[in-house]
Every structure is written in C-alpha cells, then in structure tokens.
Design a protein around this ligand. Structure first.
Ligand code: GTP
Ligand code: MG
Length: 316
C-alpha cells in the first residue's frame, strides 16, 4: 500500500486526536502481508512526530474460553473512563479463527460495549490464525502502532498453551484469567503455563463457594510451585466479578501503578527471529545470528538487514 508521506502525516495527526478512522486505516496498512514499505515510512514518521510508544504499557489477558476476559476488559474500560484522568487505552481482542466464516467471531460473542464517541478508548479485533501459533503474525506491528497513541494497550487471547506464551512475549504485564473450578488449574499446571503470567485473576467470584475452593486450590498450587523455584515471589491473585464488580477497581489500580521493566530492543529481536523462522526456518535463523542487534534499532531496519543477509545466501 503506497501512501504519500503527507497523507501519512495527516493520518497520524488524526489518530493522535483520537479519531478512529485514520487509526483504523493505519492499522489496516500494517496488517497486510507486504507491509514493509508502509511500516518503514509509518514508523519513521511516527518517531519524527515524537511518538515512540516508549511510555506505553502492554497488558496481556489470556485464559480459557468463557472465563470472562472480554467482560473484565469491558468493566476495566468503564472504570477507566469514570476515573478522572486523561489517560487512554486500546484493546485488541485476538479471536480464534472462525472455520465457518473465516472471519472474526468476536462480533457475535463479545459483551464488550463501549461508548462509540469516546476518544480515550479504542477497540480492535483480529482473527488469530491459529496455525501460526495463536497470535496473528501482524499482531506485533499492530501493538507497536497502538503503543504510539495509547497509554495502555490490552491484548485479549483465548486458549491455553502456545497462545499464552506468544502473548506474554508482547505483554509487559500478563494476566491469566481463570474461572472457578473446571479443572483449569490442573490443566494449566500440566502445560507449564503457571510460569508464564505475572498475575492471576480468578473471575466469577460471585459464584462464592466454587470460587473460594478454586482460590485455595490456586494458592496451594502456586505455593507449591514457589517452593520449586526459590527466589520467586508468589504472584498476585485477584478475585473479581463483573456481576458484583468485586475487585475491578483494585485490578485497575494495580495496572495503573505497575511499573515493569520494559526492554523493547529484546522484544524487537525476538519478534524478528520469530518472523524469520516462520518465513525461512532454521536456515534463516542461522543467517541472522550476527546482525547488529545491540542499540535500539527499529524493527524495519533489522528486517531490511536480515533480508539482505538471506538474499545474499540464496543467490549464491
Ligand atoms: N457469574 C459470572 N459470570 C460472568 C462473569 N464475567 C463474565 N461472565 C459470563 O461468562 C460468559 C463469558 O464471558 P466473556 O467475557 O465472553 O468471556 P471470555 O473469556 O471473553 O470468552 P471468550 O472470548 O469466548 O474466550 C458470559 O456469559 C458472561 O456473562 C462474572 O464475573 N460472573
Ligand atoms: Mg472474549
């Protein structure tokens, strides 16, 4: 997609004002498979407008289907708007690909309804393309773009296993959302997932008896894991209910006060390697081992260098 620099600057200015259409247009641009030129110009333009996304926090919400991730994000958004501040948030919901329509399922299922004219919140859904490991390959670029405009970027993904690991790579802070019983804890422990999230949310706490027994089971499991990993603290566990609103304010406070160490250059490297591996396999990975990763190079600079290396070897 070729967009003149002046038009790009105009779209950025619009998105910066909180307008949804210019932002959606920019997102569509980075979601395309052949987006290199577009991204290169876009991120150059963003950075020369002083928009680096450096101060934006990315928060992952993952968990089993139906645990209440969307409802929770809806409540957080509502609470976020009530609070008296000028901060902004974006929510990206990554849906399981619909094998029936090929499109996103979220429209039918989400309980998230936001005021349409509200400029402080932006909502976007993306089909996940499960065969590629849960997170759509363009998700990274979309997140990177949203960080330039929003203080908080939330990512919702569904499923257990690989998905969570992929999301936690993009998130500065990750939550695993569980619902009472259902054998979740045992399943999660089996898949090694307990090591991934920074924090847990036990939602549907209005189902009091079940929630209490699940809560204790979760704490016991976490204490057991902690004993196996000396030096690790017990992660926070939030009990929430989107029905009674229990724990929502506390959860939002926790997120707003969180101050995790953010290393975007490591993320850039990881994402580049992941993409090269998808495209060129281990051959590609070997060729880019010695790229000049140090320093804060942007993704497109490294991407161009990586392609050069690979092309050099392919044309021999
Ligand atoms: N009792 C109770 N039900 C809840 C709560 N939160 C969500 N639900 C219900 O749980 C169901 C699933 O909620 P969603 O928010 O769509 O869950 P989700 O995790 O986003 O679901 P997927 O995106 O399909 O994986 C809905 O019927 C909600 O009304 C809660 O706190 N208590
Ligand atoms: Mg959902």
């Amino acid at each position: 997609m070729k967009i003149p620099r002046s038009e790009l600057a105009e779209l950025i200015a619009g998105a910066r004002e909180g307008e949804k259409f210019p932002l959606a247009k920019l997102i569509s641009g980075v979601e395309r498979p052949d987006s290199f030129e577009f991204r290169k110009n876009l991120f150059e333009e963003l950075s020369s407008s002083g928009l680096s996304g450096k101060n934006s926090l990315t928060i992952g919400f993952t968990g089993t289907p139906g645990a209440g991730k969307s409802s929770l994000l809806g409540e957080l958004a509502t609470q976020f708007l009530k609070a008296d501040h000028e901060e902004t948030m974006a929510i990206v919901a990554i849906d399981p690909s619909s094998h029936i329509s090929g499109g996103s399922l979220l429209g039918d299922r989400t309980r998230l309804s936001l005021p349409a004219r509200e400029k402080r919140i932006y909502f976007r859904s993306q089909p996940s393309q499960l065969e590629l490991g849960g997170v759509n390959p363009y998700t990274y670029h979309v997140i990177r773009l949203l960080r330039c405009f929003f203080r908080y970027v939330f990512i919702e993904t569904v499923g257990i296993g690989q998905n969570e690991i992929e999301v936690s790579k993009l998130a500065d802070l990750s939550f695993l959302v569980l619902q009472p019983l259902g054998g979740d804890q045992v399943q999660f422990m089996k898949s090694g997932i307990m090591e991934v999230p920074d924090s847990f949310i036990l939602n549907k706490s209005d189902e009091t008896a079940l929630a209490n027994s699940s809560y204790h089971m979760l704490i016991t499991t976490l204490e057991f894991l902690k004993d196996m990993m000396p030096g690790k603290n017990l992660p926070p566990v939030f009990k929430t209910s989107t029905k009674t609103k229990q724990g929502i304010v506390e959860l939002l406070d926790f997120i707003r006060k969180a101050n995790p160490a953010i290393d975007r250059s490591l993320e850039t490297q990881l994402q580049l390697k992941k993409w090269i591996k998808n495209e060129y396999g281990n051959f590609g990975l070997r060729k880019i081992e010695n790229l000049p990763y140090s320093g804060s190079k942007d993704f497109e600079t490294l991407e161009a260098l990586a392609l050069q290396e690979i092309q050099k070897n392919l044309s021999l």
